[in-house]
Design a protein around this ligand. Structure first.
Ligand code: ATP
Length: 323
């Protein structure tokens, strides 16, 4: 038995502009992603003595999860990491005539909250693509990054960004990426919620609020944010954080609005819902400031969270699990 491990990071949307729903059900987005230091680690346990013929279905024989929110992560073939392995194997089978592979078990250690608006499942899918690609390319041609991006986009709108990391403008449903310049590091206090929030439910609530006539126009302009990112000043960035899903998320869950307000009282430069929530991202001026703001909230006893900084790398292989 041997192991192949990959790490992938969570993200925060510095800008999340949401347009109308498209005929395919997805919403048109203009978003700026930034990957954060908190991460999940995925390990493939490879049994080189047990090969499976690929006509017989998945090479995955089991999946275990440990760490943050582990109990709410599926352990079957619906897990995005399992789907990531199957998607890549299927591609190699169809396009390169791959016939046999060793069976694998997937082990996931979560540091990213589940259903928290930080793309935790997408991170695991990206890590699964990277680890499985390493396994298959031992004997088959490696794939161009663009092909991995296309396969990632089939798995989910945030998976291509999880593969790439850094700071990126995302358009379409968030899967069409353009790198953005970002100077320096930004520090965050992240406040988790005990209960997750369903991403489709938050988008639906935005549609409902718009239909009821609430003035919730899509935020499509990112020029000021781009400029702020080039200054490297957290104080500048704080003025331009925008999330069109914040209204519907707080409408569904008033406790989120209270957390944001509490974060600002604790001295954060800005407080914003991360993606579709419920995680609240509090922008701070330094790591020490982020620690102080978080401690202030944790002292009350009903918040949990962590500090993080960004940008971080895209999904990558690791040899040393401390990497
Ligand atoms: P996003 O920010 O991309 O909208 P999220 O961070 O809010 O997503 P995820 O953590 O990706 O949400 O989880 C959404 C749902 O996906 C979970 O409720 C869970 O049932 C399912 N899921 C499937 N695979 C995973 C995984 N590997 N880790 C976490 N959740 C997973």
């Amino acid at each position: 038995m041997r192991e192949i491990s990959a790490k992938a990071h969570g993200k925060v949307n510095l800008h999340l502009g949401v347009g109308d729903a498209r005929p395919d059900g997805y919403h048109e987005l203009v978003t700026v992603f930034q990957s954060l230091s908190l991460s999940d680690t995925l390990t493939l346990e490879v049994d080189d003595e047990d090969f499976v013929a690929l006509s017989e279905g998945s090479i995955v024989v089991g999946l275990t999860v440990s760490g943050l929110d582990a109990a709410s992560v599926p352990r079957d073939a619906t897990n995005l990491a399992w789907r990531g392995v199957d998607t890549l194997v299927d591609y190699y089978r169809r396009v390169h005539g791959l016939t046999h592979l060793p069976r694998v078990r997937i082990r996931i250690h979560k540091g990213i909250p589940t259903a928290g608006g930080m793309a935790g499942g997408s991170a695991d899918a990206a890590a699964a693509l990277v680890a499985t690609h390493a396994l298959i390319s031992e004997t088959m041609p490696a794939l161009a990054p663009e092909i991995l991006d296309d396969l990632a986009a089939v798995l989910g709108s945030d998976v291509p960004f999880s593969l790439r990391g850094g700071t990126m403008l995302g358009t379409g449903r968030g899967e069409r990426l353009t790198p953005m310049l970002s100077r320096g590091q930004y520090h965050w206090a992240l406040v988790f919620s005990k209960e997750g929030l369903s991403t489709p439910q938050v988008f639906s609530r935005l549609d409902e609020l718009r239909t009821q006539g609430h003035q919730l126009d899509p935020s499509i302009e990112t020029a000021d944010l781009a400029h702020a990112l080039m200054t490297g000043q957290a104080g500048e960035l704080a003025k331009h954080l925008i999330n069109d899903l914040q209204g519907p998320a707080t409408n569904l869950r008033p406790d989120i609005a209270r957390t944001l307000e509490r974060g600002q009282r604790a001295g954060a430069l800005a407080a914003v819902v991360s993606g579709s929530g419920p995680t609240c991202a509090l922008l701070c001026s330094s790591e020490l400031h982020a620690r102080d703001v978080l401690d202030d909230l944790l002292d009350e006893g009903f918040f949990s969270g962590t500090i993080a900084h960004g940008p971080a790398k895209g999904a990558h292989l690791i040899n040393d699990l401390n990497n």
